[in-house]
Design a protein around this ligand. Structure first.
Ligand code: ATP
Ligand code: MG
Length: 315
């Protein structure tokens, strides 16, 4: 039997979140934030933590600098129950940092890449990976060292009989090059947001993007922020409305959605159950600052779902 339900391979950084900034920054001026937090960041770490918090056994493969930010990340992952046996400390690199400024309905971010930049296929311990029954990878475009080896990573995971999921994240260069297509051929569950899906598939509508992406991936879920999400599974399109919550910070909503969705998918739950769990974890993530602060346990997820009785599937 596999030791881990999922092994997450990916980037690691801390987030410095400046909340409720008075107005958008301008050159030569200074703005005031009403609140701040220093938390573990990175899509991959948030997903891994939130998946473990739900009760899945999760292992992590990644790279950190030997600095205080690296310690914060390791301590937080361990606290959340993630096995860190696949994480290396690189004494020549510094741990990455994302500064995120939040405004009432969105955010703006700046990232220093640090150890994330050089993390590559050569750093991956494949014997550790094969202790899992599922591989997840996020932030394809934020990992320049790993990106050329991504298709090979997925190929090896498939050879070792792991299932796979993939959240591409945003391309900061906005080039949306075709190299991602080689990875998509090896992906079971594809989890982009709407803008990513449209750019990657060069589509004008979400339906067109779904038509194209479900040719390669078994399950395609497109996250649509406060509109909820839409999925395509075995030719069926399913739309789910977002749960109504009081949102304060959308950082990590997509990664939390992934955690909820994958938690159920890895238990072979029915697809609507997976979508509901994803949608709930995404909504809950927006109710507190940071990507993991509002991450539910399985019990809290069940209580949240029980409190929401309105029909959320769009027929
Ligand atoms: N304002 C909101 N109210 C309720 N649910 C929300 C809200 N915003 C996001 N969600 C939930 O979180 C999910 C993911 O959000 P979103 O579409 O913003 O993902 P994303 O753009 O990938 O996010 P991230 O920036 O974390 O990568 C949505 O599909 C929805 O289920
Ligand atoms: Mg996302």
């Amino acid at each position: 039997m596999a030791e881990f339900d999922a092994v997450v391979v990916g980037e690691l950084n801390v987030d410095l979140i400046l909340q409720d900034v008075s107005s958008f920054p301008e050159m030569g001026t200074e703005k005031i934030a009403k609140d701040m937090a220093l938390t573990m960041g990175s899509a991959s770490a948030i997903l891994a933590s939130n998946l473990a918090h739900l009760g899945a056994k999760v292992g992590f493969i990644g790279k950190l600098g030997q600095d205080p930010f690296g310690e914060i990340i390791l301590d937080t992952l361990k606290d959340h129950g993630v096995d860190c046996g696949g994480i290396q400390r690189d004494e020549t690199a510094r741990t990455g940092v994302t500064v995120s400024m939040t405004f009432p309905s969105n955010y703006a971010m700046v990232t220093y890449m640090g150890a994330m930049e050089s993390f590559s296929l050569h750093d991956i311990d494949f014997s550790y990976l094969s202790k899992g029954r599922h591989l997840h990878l996020s932030s394809f475009y934020l990992q320049p060292g790993l990106r050329p080896g991504c298709a090979e990573l997925f190929r090896q995971a498939k050879e070792a009989h792991l299932t796979t999921s993939f959240d591409p994240g945003w391309d900061p260069q906005e080039e949306w090059k075709a190299d991602i297509q080689e990875v998509l051929k090896l992906v079971d569950v594809f989890l982009p947001n709407e803008q990513e899906a449209l750019n990657i598939s060069s589509s004008r509508t979400v339906r067109e993007a779904l038509d194209q992406m479900d040719r390669t991936c078994q399950v395609v879920i497109i996250k649509q922020g406060e509109q909820g999400a839409i999925g395509r599974i075995n030719g069926e399109t399913i739309k789910i409305r977002a749960f109504e919550v009081e949102s304060v910070d959308t950082t990590g909503a997509g990664d939390s959605f992934n955690a909820g969705f994958l938690f159920e998918w890895l238990r072979d739950s029915e697809i609507r159950q997976c979508l509901k769990a994803g949608n709930a974890c995404g909504a809950l993530a927006t109710t507190k600052m940071g990507g993991s602060t509002a991450s539910p346990s399985k019990k809290e997820l069940d209580e949240f779902l029980a409190s929401k009785t309105d029909e959320i599937f769009v027929h």
